[in-house]
Design a protein around this ligand. Structure first.
Ligand code: AP5
Length: 191
């Protein structure tokens, strides 16, 4: 299996590039942000719990997202591979993912980290906020908080994968196809 963690700060292009990668490599895409927004739209109990964290740009508790991902993996064990987009977002989530995959005799092939500077992230998210309907894209203070939370709680996850020699930094600025080609070059070294 080809199991990728697509990593990077809010607005770095994880969702955009995931769409292209799932087509090329026929992978199953797990975006914890999309799953949580789906739960909110469905008005589920899980969605109600997640909503207040997401609107403030804070992380949803680890226990909620870890359980959610385990369930999705189990529903797709015959897949060619997975893209984890926006997960893991804390070291505790990364440890739980490793353990959960190991119990199923699978593992992460590599982590691809999209690198984009702060001001470009804010610009992209404010621009998307004009039409996305996402509460966390509308307010610049919430966007800044998402980036702050990323730097404090999520950035250490890169080191977790670096210690396993699975970290690949990818320049995330430029044309979407150009960035995609950089990702493909890195992925093609993993097999
Ligand atoms: P999530 O949905 O994961 O949002 P995010 O990480 O903030 O990422 P985004 O979807 O905003 O950005 P992206 O990197 O996917 O970029 P995109 O391709 O969309 O999480 C939302 C919230 O859910 C979190 O704050 C948290 O509360 C909760 N949550 C989710 N996962 C969690 C977890 N594991 N644990 C706990 N809580 C969790 O692109 C952004 C914009 O830029 C788009 O408009 C796009 O068109 C544009 N763009 C893309 N590429 C380029 C380019 N090359 N040049 C110019 N523009 C570009």
């Amino acid at each position: 299996m080809l199991n990728l963690v697509l990593f990077g700060p809010p607005g770095s292009g994880k969702g955009t590039q995931s769409e292209k990668l799932i087509t090329k490599y026929q992978l199953v895409h797990f975006s914890t942000g999309d799953i949580l927004r789906g739960e909110i739209n469905a008005g589920s109990q899980l969605g109600k719990e997640a909503k207040s964290f997401m609107e403030k740009g804070e992380l949803v508790p680890d226990s909620v997202v870890i359980g959610m991902i385990a369930q999705k993996v189990d529903q797709n064990l015959n897949a060619k591979g997975f893209i984890f987009d926006g997960f893991p977002r804390t070291v505790a989530q990364a440890e739980a993912l490793d353990k959960m995959l190991k119990e199923r005799s699978i593992g992460i092939s590599g982590m691809l980290s999209l690198e984009v500077a702060h001001d470009e992230l804010v610009k992209r998210l404010l621009n998307r906020g004009l039409s996305s309907g996402r509460a966390d894209d509308k307010d610049e203070n919430v966007i800044e908080n998402r980036i702050k939370v990323y730097n404090k709680e999520t950035a250490p996850v890169a080191d977790f994968y670096n210690k396993q020699n699975k970290f690949h930094g990818i320049k995330g600025v430029g044309e979407i196809d150009e960035i995609f080609n950089r990702l493909v070059s890195a992925i093609d070294t993993l097999a």
